[in-house]
Design a protein around this ligand. Structure first.
Ligand SMILES: [Cu+2]
Length: 513
């Protein structure tokens, strides 16, 4: 039906056009062809000038009315140091093209009017004019040169790498279908080595855990950065082409599998400042459709997106970017946990099981000193026992493991510092196996620890050792964890006499009799 109406309308329009042409022909016959022609060109000239005025006024009006939807204007000002330079160039280009647009259109329509057909006037024929050619080639060439040179200069600045003496922070963004994995360098400020062959379910980026720079690296999903700090982003991809895109910061760089790219930029606005500036625009003073209790400007977040159409889930690569003041950022960074220490350290995937990190050594030392001092200051001398929980032995033997030395050295330092303290080393086993051999093993183990301390310079007269076998469990021997807790070496410290092994052993043996 509607198709039919459209056809009828078109037919009617054609009919009208035909009728007008017939009317003109009739008028020509009545008034003379020349006069009608002159009148028509006169009217066309006037219409063209009227159109020009309306066109330029409406065009200019839309520029100012819709300014807030342009990149670089109003709420869309950039939030990075180099971004304002890009916006500035955009602004200059807009200005130049606007001026040229106005001049050419005024000339175009004005000349159409001025040189309309008039009685007694004849058009002048100009075949060639060198001056004119030079002027209309030269002026655009000069203007373009300035724009292009300015653009090249900006490009070199913006795309350049950090300088040797620059203070910058380096992070890494890895795109994959369909998300970003962001890596921060942790306290050492250095990103650890990676190897794609190491990528698996427990190691999403293929970090090489034998490179200790990886130990404090942090993995996060949303970008958080300090304001006014130069940031270098290493950009890479795991599967297909992605594109690291921060529209508000004018950052955009391809993420290419196998070819690392980078971008250096400095955020200049915190998220809070940005939101405050948005609150000044009516477009942002409306309720947020997702949370109508808040206004749009209150919930806006800077955005990290993928600008490469990388597959079906491409849209879901959007992440938020939060820019914080330096002190707020430090608070945030402190709360982040190292991926390695949280998920890999101490598991079967940890290749560093045979070593301790300086931070771990320090942490254990602190723990030991607190426990030892507490034990020593306890009012009741009977409670002066602490468990040397990091002192372990090879299975079934009294051979100390390599890592035991750290805590034993702490014990040595403690005994050297407190020269009036005497101590007793007590060995314990779990209940697995033969009672007598457990007792012997516990004695040998305690003695082995005592020997270590003596070798490190503690007077043998201050130390005694004994073993309790399985007679004094601290946990249930039915479970793995319980048995592990029961296999232990204890350090008894006292400012009194050196405890006597026999007496304690006698007491310990009582329950088994
Ligand atoms: Cu993508």
């Amino acid at each position: 039906m509607s198709t039919l109406i459209v056809f009828i309308c078109i037919a009617l329009l054609l009919l009208i056009v035909l009728q007008i042409a017939r009317v003109r022909d009739l008028a020509k016959q009545l008034r003379g062809a020349e006069e009608v022609e002159a009148r028509n060109t006169q009217m066309t000239g006037i219409y063209l000038v009227a159109f020009m005025i309306a066109f330029l006024v409406i065009g200019t009006w839309t520029i100012f009315t819709f300014k807030n939807w342009f990149l670089g204007y109003g709420p869309h000002e950039s939030a990075s140091a180099h971004g304002s330079r890009i916006d500035g160039m955009m602004h200059v280009t807009f200005m130049v093209t606007y001026i040229v647009f106005i001049i050419t259109h005024v000339l175009l329509f004005w000349y159409a009017f001025k040189y309309r057909q008039q009685k007694g006037k004849k058009a002048q024929f100009i075949s060639h004019n060198n001056t004119l050619e030079i002027v209309w080639t030269g002026i655009p060439a000069i203007v373009m040169t300035f724009l292009v040179i300015g653009g090249l200069d900006a490009w070199n600045d913006i795309m350049g790498d950090v300088g040797a003496d620059d203070d910058y922070m380096e992070i890494e963004a890895t795109g994959y279908q369909f998300a970003w994995q962001l890596r921060y360098p942790g306290e050492d400020g250095l990103l650890g080595r990676k190897n794609f062959r190491l990528i698996d379910g427990n190691n999403p980026l293929g970090q090489d855990w034998t490179d200790l720079k990886n130990a404090d690296d942090i993995l996060v999903n949303n970008l958080v950065l300090p304001v006014d700090q130069k940031i270098r982003v290493r950009i890479t991809a795991k599967d297909v082409l992605h594109d690291f895109y921060l529209p508000q910061f004018r950052v955009k760089m391809d993420a290419v599998p196998g070819i690392p790219t980078f971008f250096v930029f400095t955020p200049t606005k915190t998220t809070k400042e940005w939101r405050r500036s948005l609150s000044e625009y009516p477009e942002y003073q409306i309720p947020d459709p997702e949370d109508p209790t808040k206004q749009l400007w209150e919930t806006r977040e800077f955005e990290l997106a993928c600008a490469e159409l990388c597959g079906k889930g491409h849209w879901s690569m959007k992440r938020s970017v939060t820019i914080l003041e330096q002190d707020e950022y430090e608070l945030w960074a402190e709360k982040q946990k190292s991926f390695y220490l949280e998920n890999v350290r101490g598991t079967e995937n940890d290749p560093n099981g045979s070593m301790l990190f300086p931070a771990e050594i320090l942490q254990r030392r602190k723990e030991f000193n607190t426990e030892a001092n507490t034990a020593l200051e306890t009012a009741d001398d009977v409670d002066n026992t602490l468990i040397l929980k990091y002192v372990t032995f090879e299975t079934g033997s009294a051979q100390l493991t390599e890592l035991s030395r750290y805590q034993l050295d702490d014990a040595v330092a403690f005994l050297k510092k407190n020269a009036d303290v005497n101590s007793m080393l007590k060995g314990h086993t779990d209940s697995t196996g033969n009672f007598d051999s457990n007792l012997t093993l516990s004695q040998r183990r305690a003695a082995s620890v005592r020997d270590y301390l003596i070798n490190k310079g503690i007077d043998a007269g201050r130390l005694n050792s004994t073993g309790y076998g399985s007679t004094d469990p601290v946990a249930d021997n039915a479970t793995d964890e319980g048995r592990q807790a029961n296999r232990r070496t204890e350090l008894y410290v006292t400012r009194g006499e050196v405890p006597l092994a026999e007496e304690i052993r006698m007491e310990a043996e009582e329950p088994s009799k």
